[in-house]
Design a protein around this ligand. Structure first.
Ligand code: GLA
Ligand code: ZN
Length: 686
């Protein structure tokens, strides 16, 4: 694997810093001077500046005040740091909302927002687009040659939607283009004969609303695609302004993990660098065996895969957040371990929200590197400084990648369609199911890509496609080719029911020609009550050497094997006792497994262990064991590798509250404290 270029040009270091709000501290010159001293002490080399600073930049219409930002850029440059400079579109001044009310959002229920909140703007408003373009142009012109300018932070956490008349028109135009101006084709795809919903004209169409239409699934999913398009298009206008002046300065926007409101796979095509904001609920009483760490690893992996390159951890809290019901402190060690987890999965940065706690308003008690107390004498500051030291010695990490042979598909259109699906159960849990399959590999320390159904499948030996309800054009053919060429595919209940417009396939599920690949016909699906379950009994043979019984629950599909499809396990109870739950169908040089029911962690753990052995999936080299103080095997310690041709970096991350010992064939025994971590660099034999 070739090392990739650093994400900030000519800055081949781990990026360490966070959201910095000098705009809020203009009356406190001493504190601003102290910031520099403390940043240097903490080993910080970057700051995201100006994120919600429109009012500080343009306090009155056409009156501009950039002095504070000039000073900030100089301050960060004075110690060799980089600024990730934000465009301020995430929040607007009151003067603007009052004078140009078209910028304010209209909600689904058609109420119009007042001034306030943030991210509360219409994505279509020509005024706002023009104004943002002008502001971004000014920023780019002013700082284009400034040595601190490292990257553009476009807006902040794009999200939400607007249903104003301007957006309705834009939506109709988007539909006209998608359906080639043919309203009959739209009616056919949306199945509008239902409840007399047929449209005569695109002008009759309104976005989904609780006081209007919510029952046409084709409309709902097209609306989400439009929101994705319009959000991206708004962002592209922002990017065009800065790229016209600073074509070589990379752009990012901070994404929000698995936020469902737009499709990150579409949007991230238009940015140079992916970044995301990570706020896990660490130390929950019911979290065990590293499950939460695995769920977070899943999101890191998705962010790496969005562009198949290192990403940035753009926000995280050094201690606690202020917006949960219970806001728990990160235990000693956890900030370092959670930050290194991001790095282990492909982040070339650790960034915090926020550098310093503000004195007032909503986020004054949100965790920060510097507390109201104002010095380096806090537990949190010290741990941040300790991490600063660790990252300083990790210049060899940026640009390395993660060696991977398996992928889980978690597809956004599919997710929208499943969540909108009427029926089955209210526990559809699509993304949870994707994470449950992923967890079975995480526990084995097998690196995984998290991709959508439109990505290239050829790099993988194993492809896991839980609940792939929607089969978009070309996907069935690519899945078939993947397996025919020797790949192993895993599918589950609810596979291949609808096309890209949420219209059912005829002729039996899985549709679109997938029956011959998966080797089953899914005739019916049963929903089970909470607490109700069925069993899955293994069939002794090539796959299972002995009879095992697992629990199945929530959803049980009634499937018929086709042709030579082998039955590996059957239902134990109810009128479908004896019907297949797990099947294997050889296809070309590969094989396709189908799980007809929702299974628990034991079943998935055992199943993926077998596949990992059979496919010889790559795991970190030379690992021998992970034991607790009593010498028992521990689950919840993550061992990860990043690599390039020359070196491999090994990360040991203890997400348990116990002392553990990792035994490694080359490094020997390594003790990890509760929530502790260690990083090692090794030369590859090349
Ligand atoms: C988000 C925002 C930040 C801040 C944090 C608080 O990620 O982008 O501005 O509000 O949440 O956790
Ligand atoms: Zn609008």
């Amino acid at each position: 694997m070739k090392r990739k270029a650093p994400l900030i040009n000519d800055f081949p270091h781990m990026i360490y810093g966070g959201d910095y709000n000098p705009d809020q501290w203009q009356d406190y010159p001493d504190i601003l001077a102290e910031d520099k001293r403390l940043m240097m002490l903490a080993g910080i080399n970057s700051a995201s500046v100006g994120i919600f600073a429109w009012m500080a930049l343009e306090p009155q219409e056409d009156v501009y005040t950039f002095d504070w930002l000039d000073e900030t850029m100089d301050r960060i440059a004075s110690f060799g740091g980089k600024v990730i400079l934000a465009t301020p579109s995430g929040a607007r001044p009151a003067w603007m909302d009052k004078r140009y009310p078209e910028v304010l959002r209209v909600n689904r229920d058609r109420t119009k927002n007042l001034h306030g909140e943030r991210h509360n703007h219409c994505y279509t408003s020509p005024y706002y687009r023009k104004k943002v373009y002008e502001m971004n142009t000014m920023l780019a012109k002013r700082y284009k040659d400034h040595p601190a300018l490292g990257m553009w932070h476009i807006s902040n956490e794009y999200g939400g939607e607007c249903h104003c008349e301007l957006c309705q028109q834009a939506f109709r135009d988007w539909l006209r283009e998608k359906y080639h101006n043919d309203i009959h084709e739209l009616n056919r795809q949306w199945w509008t004969g239902f409840w007399s919903r047929t449209f005569n004209d695109f002008d009759e169409i309104e976005s989904p609303s609780p006081i209007g239409e919510t029952a046409i699934h084709g409309l709902n999913i097209d609306w989400m695609r439009f929101v994705t398009h319009q959000t991206t298009n708004f962002m592209e206008n922002e990017i065009a302004a800065v790229k016209a002046i600073t074509p070589d300065v990379p752009v990012t926007t901070n994404l929000m993990g698995l936020y469902p409101g737009f499709n990150p796979w579409y949007l991230s095509k238009k940015i140079d660098v992916v970044s995301w904001d990570n706020y896990p609920e660490w130390h929950k009483v019911d979290d065990k065996d590293g499950k939460l760490a695995s769920d977070i690893a899943f999101v890191h992996d998705m962010n790496r895969c969005l562009k198949q390159q290192p990403f940035l951890l753009m926000e995280s809290t050094p201690s606690l957040v202020n917006w949960r019901r219970i806001n728990k402190l990160k235990r000693p060690g956890m900030n370092i371990t959670a930050s290194l987890q991001a790095v282990a999965h492909g982040s070339d940065s650790v960034q915090y929200f926020q550098w310093r706690k503000g004195r007032g308003a909503f986020e004054k008690f949100h965790g920060a590197v510097v507390d109201h107390e104002g010095t380096e004498n806090t537990r949190v500051f010290k741990e941040c400084a300790q991490l600063g030291n660790i990252l300083k010695n990790m210049d060899s990490v940026p640009g390395t990648m993660v060696p991977v042979e398996a992928a889980v598909i978690c597809d956004w259109d599919n997710r929208w369609a499943i969540n909108d699906m009427q029926g089955l159960t209210d526990k559809k849990n699509y993304d949870l199911t994707c994470k449950d399959h992923y967890y079975a590999l995480w526990k084995q320390n097998i690196a995984v890509d998290v991709i959508d159904s439109e990505q290239d499948f050829t790099p993988y030996k194993l492809l896991i496609a839980p609940m792939l309800y929607m089969i978009k054009p070309g996907v069935a053919e690519r899945l078939k080719k993947f397996v025919a060429d020797g790949g192993t595919l895993v599918t589950t209940y609810v596979t291949g029911y609808v096309n890209e417009n949420d219209r059912c396939f005829l002729g039996g599920f899985p549709g679109d020609g997938l029956k011959e690949l998966v080797g089953i016909w899914a005739e019916e699906i049963d929903g089970l009550w909470e607490g109700e379950s069925n069993t899955m009994k293994t069939v002794v043979g090539e796959f299972y050497e002995k009879e095992i019984e697992y629990k199945v629950f929530d959803l049980c599909e009634l499937v018929h094997p086709q042709g030579d499809c082998q039955v590996l396990a059957t239902y134990g109870e109810d009128f479908y006792a004896g019907m297949p739950v797990l099947t294997k169908n050889n296809y070309g040089a590969g094989a396709s497994y189908h799980m007809a029911a929702r299974t628990d962690a034991d079943m998935l753990g055992d199943f993926y262990k077998k596949l990992a052995v059979e496919l010889q999936l790559v795991t970190p080299q030379n690992m021998i064991s992970i034991k607790d103080e009593d010498g028992k095997d521990v689950c919840g310690v993550s061992i990860r590798e990043r690599a390039c041709d020359e070196i491999t970096i090994l990360f040991l991350l203890n997400f348990t509250g116990k002392n553990v010992t990792v035994e490694h064939g080359v490094l020997g025994k390594i003790a990890l404290e509760p929530f502790g971590s260690a990083v090692f660099e090794m030369k590859n034999n090349i």
